[in-house]
Design a binder for this molecule. Structure first.
Ligand SMILES: [Zn+2]
Length: 218
C-alpha cells in the first residue's frame, strides 16, 4: 500500500519545510510542484516544453500538463511507498484528476493536513522576513535575526525586505491563497480526510503533530 499525503497551508505556515522533514522521516519523497516544473523545464521534457509555451507568455499552465507531470513523477520507483505532495493539487479539478490517477493503481490519499495559522500571525511572520541579496538566505527580524543587523551570516551580503514580504503585499497574498484554496479545503473536508494542524506552535511541535498523524495511518 502506498501512502500519499497532500500538505496545505498558507504562505508563512512553513508547509514546504514541514513537508521536507516529514518526507525524510517517513522515507518517501516530497514532491513540490515548483520543483517539478523546474525539473521538466531544465530537462526539456515534452511536458516541460509544452508548459513553457504558457509560462513564457505569463499564462497559467493548463491542468492537463500539470497533471501529466505529477502522473509521470509518481510512477517513478522512489514513489513505490508513496509521496508527500506540496503545491499540488491547487484546485478541486486537479484534486479529482489526482484521485483518479491514484485509483488506477488502487491507491488513495491518506490524509490532507492543513497547517493553520491566524492571519495576524502570518503577517507578523512574513513581513519581518529579510532576504540576502547574494544567495537568498532568509532571516527574520524577531525569530531568526542575523548576528549583525542587515548583514547575512553566511556570506556577509546585504539583507533586504523583498517587495513580496511587505505588510500590505503579505496580507494580499494570504487572502488570495485563502480564497483560492477554500474550494480545495472543502473538497477534502467532504471526503473526511482534511486534518487541521495547529501551525501556531513551535516548528518542532508542528512536525511532531504531523508525524503523529502520518504514523496513525499505519
Ligand atoms: Zn547570504
Amino acid at each position: 500500500m502506498r501512502d500519499f499525503y497532500v500538505f496545505l497551508g498558507p504562505p508563512g505556515a512553513g508547509k514546504g519545510t514541514q513537508a521536507k522533514v516529514v518526507a525524510r522521516n517517513k522515507g518517501i519523497p516530497q514532491i513540490s510542484s515548483g520543483d517539478l516544473f523546474r525539473e521538466n523545464l531544465k530537462d526539456q521534457t515534452e511536458l516541460g516544453i509544452r508548459a513553457n509555451q504558457f509560462i513564457k507568455v505569463g499564462e497559467l499552465v493548463p491542468d492537463d500538463i500539470t497533471i501529466d507531470m505529477v502522473k509521470e513523477r509518481i510512477s517513478r520507483t522512489d514513489c513505490k511507498c508513496g509521496a508527500i505532495l506540496d503545491g499540488f493539487p491547487r484546485t478541486p479539478a486537479q484534486a479529482k484528476a489526482f484521485d483518479e490517477i491514484l485509483e488506477e493503481t488502487d491507491c488513495k490519499i491518506n490524509q490532507v493536513p492543513y497547517i493553520a495559522v491566524p492571519e495576524a500571525e502570518l503577517i507578523e511572520r512574513l513581513s519581518a522576513r529579510l532576504t540576502c541579496r547574494a544567495k537568498g538566505h532568509i532571516f527574520h527580524e524577531k525569530y531568526n535575526p542575523p548576528k549583525v543587523a542587515g548583514v547575512c551570516d553566511f556570506d556577509g551580503s546585504e539583507l533586504y525586505q523583498r517587495e513580496d514580504d511587505q505588510p500590505e503585499t503579505v496580507k494580499h497574498r494570504i487572502q488570495v491563497y485563502e480564497q483560492r484554496t477554500r474550494p480545495l479545503v472543502e473538497y477534502y473536508h467532504e471526503r473526511g480526510i482534511l486534518v487541521k494542524i495547529n501551525g501556531s506552535q513551535s516548528i518542532e511541535d508542528v512536525t511532531k503533530d504531523l508525524l503523529d498523524l502520518v504514523d496513525e495511518v499505519n
